[in-house]
Design a protein around this ligand. Structure first.
Ligand code: PMP
Length: 389
């Protein structure tokens, strides 16, 4: 027996052996020449993975929430107006962080949970106020809703004189987000999702307009730790292959990040996005074949990085322990309004077709043990047909 289960939650995900080996290496000094080279390379690779050649990368010790906090702390000044395009739990979190730094936040809500606000309502909201920033969650991990029109939203924000910030915690390196081509001014993520590194890194790339807005600030940044005035010289120094210090960098995590970014670039961004799309589509086909509904109300809103299937009639959250007994760990619901009605399956990062097959097999076993009546094997057959095609 291998004595371990397959981890299929929407982060942390499963990591490659090469990435895990980097974490187990003897820790070097943060100013050792070999580490300076690795940090410098990781910063260069960030630009390529975020598809933002003119961007400024930041690699910080913290989780995705710190990446959001850092974006808000550095770009918001008290009284600034911000438009939050709201698709769920993590958009609410962004609004709360922005308000903490003194932003006056307006929310454009989706018509219902599982949906995204229409572009027309966002355009009307942008026209009605003078906004410094707009934010959107590319994939809301609480609902598996992906915002499908980031490029159009970026153009709209730019037309209205606002910067567009994308919470890409559940999307960067899994969903298409060519920052520079689409005109996104800042994108952020965390290490434990599609970037493929254990939890602990907050990752951001700020485009030129975002950096200009930071330079134009009149008031001091309200967070000592997150202040880019401390971190920018550190990032610039390491990229120039010179050691620098503000806070001790998480040496092994950065070593692992550089390995993972290398693997991502070796796969190629387009190939990586296509793999995520096709495995997600195979998984959703199985969920439909099993007769389960999903939280996103339309197929064009369904994320490539995770799926949120609804429990069938008569089945509740005990399904999760049945799936776990069959060897796969999936996650429960998160959105407060519908938490007990659905579960979540992450399929990002190093995920393979056989992970999808294993997961569908375990879900079938779980459903069967939970007393749901369906044709055993129908989900697996559906995946096989999509994968073979
Ligand atoms: N935004 C999104 C879309 C997320 O999925 C998450 C984490 N699930 C966060 C922000 C917060 O990240 P973290 O848990 O790493 O702080």
């Amino acid at each position: 027996m291998k004595g371990r289960k397959l981890l299929m939650i929407p982060g942390p995900v499963e990591f490659t052996p090469e990435v895990l080996r980097a974490l187990g290496m003897p820790t070097t000094s943060h100013v050792a020449p070999a580490f300076v080279e690795v940090f410098g390379q990781a910063l260069e690779r960030m630009r390529r993975v975020f598809l933002c050649p003119s961007g400024q990368p930041f690699i910080l010790s913290g989780s995705g929430t710190l990446a959001m906090d850092s974006a808000a702390a550095n770009l918001v000044e008290p009284g600034d107006r911000v438009l939050v395009v709201n698709t769920g739990y993590f958009s609410d979190r962004f609004a709360a962080i922005l308000e903490r730094y003194g932003a006056r936040v307006t929310r454009v809500a989706a018509p219902q949970v599982g949906d995204a606000p229409a572009l027309e309502s966002i355009e009307a909201a942008l026209a009605a106020g003078s906004y410094k920033l707009a934010t959107v969650t590319q994939v809301d991990t609480s609902t598996a809703v992906g915002f499908p029109q980031i490029a159009a939203l970026a153009a709209m924000a730019r037309g209205a004189g606002a910067l567009l910030l994308v919470d890409g915690v559940c999307s960067v390196a899994g969903e298409e987000l060519p920052m520079e081509d689409w005109g996104v001014d800042l994108a952020l993520t965390a290490s434990q999702k599609a970037i493929g590194v254990p939890p602990g890194l907050a990752l951001l790339v700020a485009g030129p307009r975002a950096m200009e807005a930071f330079d134009r600030r009149r008031s001091p940044v309200g967070s000592y730790y997150a202040d880019w005035s401390h971190w920018l010289p550190v990032m610039q120094a390491y990229e120039a292959r010179k050691p620098s210090y503000f806070g001790t960098p998480p040496v092994n995590l950065i070593w692992a990040l550089n390995v993972s970014l290398g693997q991502i670039l070796e796969e190629g961004m387009e190939a990586r996005f296509a793999r995520h799309r096709s495995l997600a589509s195979a998984f959703r086909t199985a969920i439909r074949a099993l007769g389960l509904a999903q939280v996103p109300v339309r197929e064009d809103l369904a994320a490539a990085t995770l799926t949120a299937p609804c429990y069938p009639e008569g089945v509740g959250s005990s399904l999760l322990s049945h799936i776990s007994s069959a060897g796969v760990i999936v996650a429960g619901g998160l959105h407060p309004q519908i938490k007990d009605r659905y579960f979540r399956v992450g399929h990002m990062g190093a995920v393979t077709p056989s992970d999808i097959l294993t997961t569908v097999g375990a879900i079938e076993q779980g459903l069967s043990r939970a007393g749901y009546r369906f044709e055993l094997g129908s989900g697996l057959a559906a995946v096989q047909r999509v994968l073979a095609a």
